[in-house]
Design a protein around this ligand. Structure first.
Ligand SMILES: *Cc1c(COP(=O)(O)O)cnc(C)c1O
Length: 463
């Protein structure tokens, strides 16, 4: 039952060799970015049933399995990976995953991992500093942005209705959010017991950005409906378009009207580290709560998200009737009071090792570069006939259309032989193709190849 340490060393060595080859060929764009074998074929090819029935895997058998397993997966280091907003992970964070897998210190209580807990605490302090909350802020790392949004809104609910924890949820709460907000916010409203119907849409412009001038109308609608605003949500940036809301304008309105201001910075808060793009988050310090995913633009594996609040007590009140405070004293501290999870992974270590290796500057440069590459795609696409780009990108997310045909079918064609992987999104009810530039390997050559590939075999707009 105990580890055979020699066997572990051999298997771990093989893992490193396989992963090194995998990332190397992926970065160079040699194999397809995605293979789309049907699941029954995959189960067969990987010998899943046999392994599970018979066991007996050895380092050698495992090496072969891992090789096939990686080859059939999706390559996030590949230049043609332009799809979902999950990190092309950097290796220091990968090392943290490996360490956690072996040492397993679920540190929601201090005695289950003093070093892991302290690392998380210090990483959170660093994040709070970047946001501009300073010493009064509070935070916790949680398993993903969806859980982070739920946690932040729990804190908002505790502020609006402190007795909801013990007595249940009053029926008059409302959540104000643009329709472009991530679906996890509507879900959170339902999970929190407000009901989906309590989510009242904010007025937006044609690209889904909150219209600051019309915020008073929205508040008036909420009041006329006999409700109280529990929180108002802004995107930084929005998932679909990658555009940022005017945080200073919205934050000022919320402060003037006593409305809890929640910023969903899952994707875009990392721009705080970029000299060139930090201005997009101007006013973020006005937010009462904020979420910030590390597994998007801080290059850790899934999932690590920070929930940050301007006042520490607000976060402590999320899961109980009355707030208490964390003390960083001789006895340590327990983060368990701030999370949905009971046991929780050593999430802070992933962020810490990326920071320790690359520095704040290196992570910021990554954001700057990815945002610049997306902008470059926009410039190149605009120069070509048949491409329609509805807006100038502000992040590493770009939406566009080519020709008058079915964009979903066009996407299928691009992915057919695994040449490219991209997504699509609706803007104002119209389907667009969408790229997110996540891999550092994506360059001008990739972008030109994508544009060539799209244009071949399709009629441009207007014939
Ligand atoms: C990705 C994303 C989320 C959800 O985060 P997960 O970590 O995938 O749960 C929430 N909001 C925005 C704006 C996002 O981009």
């Amino acid at each position: 039952m105990m580890w055979n340490v020699e066997e572990f060393v051999r298997a771990a060595g093989l893992t490193v060799d396989e992963l090194a080859a995998y990332v190397d060929e992926s970065q160079r764009g040699l194999p397809p970015v995605i293979r789309r074998r049907p699941p029954h074929e995959l189960a067969e090819r990987l010998g899943l049933a046999r392994w599970m029935r018979e066991g007996g895997m050895t380092p050698e058998g495992y090496g072969e399995f891992l090789h096939a397993y990686l080859a059939e997966g999706t390559r996030l280091h590949h230049p043609a990976y332009l799809a979902h907003q999950v990190a092309s992970p950097d290796f220091p964070a990968a090392l943290a995953d490996f360490v956690h897998g072996a040492a397993n210190n679920p540190m929601a209580i201090y005695e289950m991992g003093a070093s892991a807990a302290t690392v998380e605490f210090e990483v959170l302090r660093w994040m709070l500093g970047k946001v501009g909350y300073g010493e009064d802020g509070g935070g916790v790392l949680t398993h993903g942005g969806s859980l982070a949004n739920l946690t932040a809104l729990l804190a908002a609910r505790a502020a609006a209705a402190p007795d909801a924890w013990t007595d249940g949820v009053p029926g008059d709460l409302a959540l104000l959010a643009p329709e472009s907000a991530h679906y996890s916010l509507t879900r959170a409203a339902a999970i929190l017991g407000l009901g989906e119907r309590a989510v009242m849409p904010l007025d937006v412009d044609g690209l889904g950005r909150v219209d600051v001038a019309r915020l008073p109308d929205a508040l008036e609608r909420v009041r006329r409906a006999g409700r109280r605003p529990m929180a108002l949500v802004a995107n930084a940036c929005s998932t679909g378009t990658g555009l940022y809301d005017d945080l200073r304008g919205i934050g000022g309105f919320c402060a003037d009207n006593g409305v809890w201001f929640h910023v969903d910075g899952a994707h875009g808060a990392s721009a705080l580290l970029s000299e060139e793009h930090r201005h997009l988050l101007d006013g973020i310090e006005l937010a009462d709560s904020l979420i910030w995913d590390a597994h998007k633009m801080l290059r850790t594996s899934s999932l690590v998200a920070a929930v940050l609040t301007r006042r520490e007590g607000d976060l402590d009140a999320a899961f109980r009737q009355r707030a208490s405070y964390l003390f960083y004293g001789d006895q340590g501290f327990d983060l368990i009071g701030r999370t949905v999870e009971c046991s929780k992974a050593e999430l802070g270590l992933k962020i810490f090792l990326n920071l320790a290796w690359r520095g704040e500057r290196g992570l910021g440069d990554y954001v700057t570069r990815q945002y610049a590459t997306a902008r470059r795609f926009w410039e190149l696409a605009r120069e070509r006939p048949g491409f329609e780009c509805p807006y100038e990108p502000e992040s590493n997310i770009v939406c566009f259309r080519y020709g008058a045909g079915d964009q979903a079918a066009l996407r299928e064609r691009l992915m057919e032989d695994g040449a490219f992987l991209l997504t699509s999104a609706e803007i104002g009810g119209v389907r667009h193709l969408r790229i997110t530039v996540m891999a550092p390997a994506t360059d001008d050559k990739t972008l030109e190849a994508l544009l060539d590939r799209i244009a071949e075999g399709e009629e441009p707009i207007g014939g």
